[in-house]
Ligand binder design. Sequence first.
Ligand code: NAD
Ligand code: WQD
Length: 342
Amino acid sequence: MSSTPHSPRILVTGGAGFIGSHTVLALAEAGYAPVIVDDLRNSRSEVLDGLERIMGHRVEFHGVDCGDRSGMAAVFAQPVHGAIHFAADKAVGESVASPEQYFSNNIGATANLTAMLREAGVQHLVFSSSCTVYGETETLPVAESAPVQPAASPYGYTKQACEHLLRYSHSAADGALGVALLRYFNPIGAHPSAEIGELPIGTPANLVPFLTQSVAGLRPALTVFGDDYPTPDGTCIRDYLHVCDLAEAHVAALQWLEKSAGALEAFNLGTGQGSSVKEVIAAFEAATGMPVPHQFGDRRPGDVTAIYADAAKAAELLGWRTQRSLQTCLADAWRWQQKLSA
Ligand code: NAD
Ligand code: WQD
C-alpha cells in the first residue's frame, strides 16, 4: 500500500533528519500521508530530493520551527491524524556546553507541539525518547520497568523531562491524546538505496559515522574509547539497530495507538543483542571487506559499560522486532558513506 490524496496526514517533526526521513518512507509505504515539519537546523533540503527519488512524489514539507506557534498554524490548516515528534537537538557534548538551547528546543518545542495537538483534537502522538534515560543499569537486558536514573547530561535530562511532560499532558487530556514513548537504543545504517542516511555536521560523535568517515579517509583512524571495561573483550557494549527497522517501529506504534484509545506506554526499541566496539569493527570488515584503521584510547567520560534492550514489550504489543543484521546495518552505512564522499 502507498499513500493517496485521502491518506491520514501524519506530522513528522524533524522529518528531514536521520530517523525522521526513514520514517517518512515507512509511513508512506503503510498508506499514510507524512507531512515533514523541519526547519533544517540539522539537516539539508537535499533529503527531500532523495525522498522524492524513492517515493516518486514530493512529500508535503513545512520549513518551520515546531516550537513556533504562528509558524505551525499552516501545518494544522488541514486535518491532522497523528504526530511523530523527532525534532530535537541531540548532541550530548553540545548539551553540556549549551544547556539553555537544549531546554528551550527539546522541552519548549515539545510543549508547544503537544498543546497544539491537544487544541486540534489529535489523538495519537509518538515521541522519540532514548535508552539514555536508563543510565548505567544494574540488570541486562534492560526492560521498560527499570528505574530511570539521574540524567548524565542536559540532553538526557530533556528526554526524561519530555516523557514527564507527555505523561502530564496525557492525563490533562483525560487520555484523549494517546502517547507512545519510544526509547531508541543505537540506530545506525541507512536506506539501502543510499538516497537518504545520516548527515553528521562536523566531526561525528557517534561510532558508526566516525568509523565510515575513517575508512573513507576523511578522518584519522578511529579511536576506540577504552579497552579495559569489564566486558568480554574490554570494549563497551551497545544495542545497534538498523534505522529502517526503527522507522518501521514508528508505524507499528501509530497503528497500536489507533486501536488503543487513551493509552500511554513506553517501549524499548533495540535488537535485544549487545555488540562490543571490537565486534562492530569486525562486522564492518566482514560486511564490506574494508579494513578499519583504529587505535585504542582512553575511556570517554560519561560512557556506560554496557546496555542492550529487552525488546519483548514492543514484540508483544506492537508486533515489531528488528529484521536486519549488524552486517546489513554496516554494509548500508558504508554504501551511504561512499555516496556522500563520491
Ligand atoms: P537529526 O538531527 O538527524 O534529526 C532531527 C531533525 O529535527 C533535524 O532535521 C533538525 O533540523 C530538526 N529540528 C530540530 N529542532 C527543530 C525544531 N525546533 N523545529 C523543527 N525542526 C527541528 O536527529 P536523529 O538522529 O534523526 O534523531 C531524531 C530524534 O531521535 C531526536 O529527538 C533524538 O534525540 C532522538 N534519538 C536519536 C538517537 C540517535 O542515536 N540518533 C538515539 C535516541 C534518540
Ligand atoms: C557507541 C560506542 C563509545 C565513538 C549516544 C548518546 C545517546 C544516544 C545515542 C540519543 C560507545 C564508542 C564512539 C568513537 C568509540 N543518542 N565509540 N569511538 O554513546 O551509546 O550513545 O548516541 O539519545 O544518548 O549518548 O553512542 O555511537 O557515541 O558510541 O569507541 O569515536 O562506541 O565509547 O561505546 P552512545 P556512540
